[in-house]
Design a protein around this ligand. Structure first.
Ligand SMILES: CCCCCCCC/C=C\C=C\CC(=O)SCCNC(=O)CCNC(=O)[C@H](O)C(C)(C)COP(=O)(O)OP(=O)(O)OC[C@H]1O[C@@H](n2cnc3c(N)ncnc32)[C@H](O)[C@@H]1OP(=O)(O)O
Length: 265
């Protein structure tokens, strides 16, 4: 699949000012360099389009996004790893600071980088079911970067965030609703999108410029650090990948994912 098809943008059927942005990298929308580049390009195009709002969702029936593609971090080509991390930073900055009204229709699992994308939006409706969402990096033997943490702090309380991150917690849909990690539950993807549209409607009579400027001021603390430390953050990521213990943890995690599959056969 070419990178162009990894993300689709379609106007909402009832309101052509709202873009439905769908990630479609089977099987689990893991965020590899190409999917991140497609997201980055899409966010650029949306920022200069007539769309005033977007709903981020996934084409998978059970996974919003499985987070970063672990294969980008396991025994990586270091030049590509740099580009990968830099593109992830760009996607986060573009989505978190977007002038558009942003909402996530979370139609399945959203661990780690998947949770980051959802938290970067202003509103989250998640389909009920045996799905989970959260920043589980410590459980993988890796450390969530500071801006992942800042993004979570923009969503839930510092105490809940600290406990969740240190324990690598993946919240059930009910737990996520209780702590405010998601705003609403939905019965299916269509319902989740409709709930996001309901959120977007609240801004019908609010002028876009003061709205987006207010949002960006609220979000300034988190982004300022990354903007000032972009290269240092890339260097730290690449340095981190060189640790044998990190590679070992990733290897074990990949084995675990594969054996999980064998068990259910
Ligand atoms: C000191 C300061 C240092 C600072 C340095 C910073 C370093 C920080 C570095 C990294 C940050 C990382 C954040 C991340 O996002 S890491 C990724 C975390 N993701 C996960 O833990 C999710 C893993 N996946 C799952 O749990 C499940 O796949 C799930 C999403 C629940 C879906 O389950 P299911 O529908 O049953 O699908 P399968 O598990 O069978 O998966 C299907 C195939 O997809 C492969 N897969 C799954 N997830 C990933 C992934 N994230 N990356 C790559 N590949 C993935 C899985 O192995 C199956 O593959 P195959 O069919 O070939 O066997």
């Amino acid at each position: 699949m070419s990178s162009q098809n990894l993300v689709t943008v379609t106007p909402d059927k009832d309101n052509d000012e709202i873009a439905i942005v769908t990630m479609q990298r089977p099987p689990v929308n893991s965020l590899n360099l190409e999917l991140l580049q497609a997201l980055s390009k899409t966010l650029d195009e949306l920022s200069t389009s007539d769309f005033r709002a977007m709903v981020l969702t996934s084409a998978s029936p059970t996974v919003f996004s499985a987070g970063l593609d672990i294969m980008e971090m396991y025994k990586p080509d270091l030049k590509r790893a740099e580009q990968f991390w830099s593109t992830l930073q760009d996607v986060w900055l573009k989505l978190f600071e977007s002038n558009l009204i942003t909402a996530a229709a979370i139609n399945g699992h959203a661990p780690a980088g998947g949770c980051l994308l959802a938290m970067s939006c202003e509103y989250r409706a998640m389909v009920s079911g045996k799905y989970s969402i959260g920043l589980n990096e410590t459980a993988l033997g890796i450390v969530a970067p500071r801006w992942f943490m800042d993004c979570m702090l923009n969503t839930i309380s510092q105490r809940e965030a600290e406990i969740a991150l240190t324990t690598g917690k993946l919240f059930s849909v009910e737990e996520a609703l209780k702590v405010g990690l998601i705003d609403e539950t939905a019965k299916d993807k269509e319902d989740a999108i409709n709930k996001c549209l309901g959120f977007i409607e609240k801004f019908e009579s609010i002028p876009p410029l003061p709205r987006s400027m207010t949002k960006q001021k609220f979000r300034a603390n988190g982004v300022q650090w990354l903007k000032a430390n972009k290269q240092a953050d890339i260097d730290e990521f690449v340095h981190f990948l060189k640790f044998p213990q990190v590679q070992q943890s990733l290897e074990m995690y990949i084995h675990m994912l594969k054996s999980k599959q064998n068990k259910s056969e």
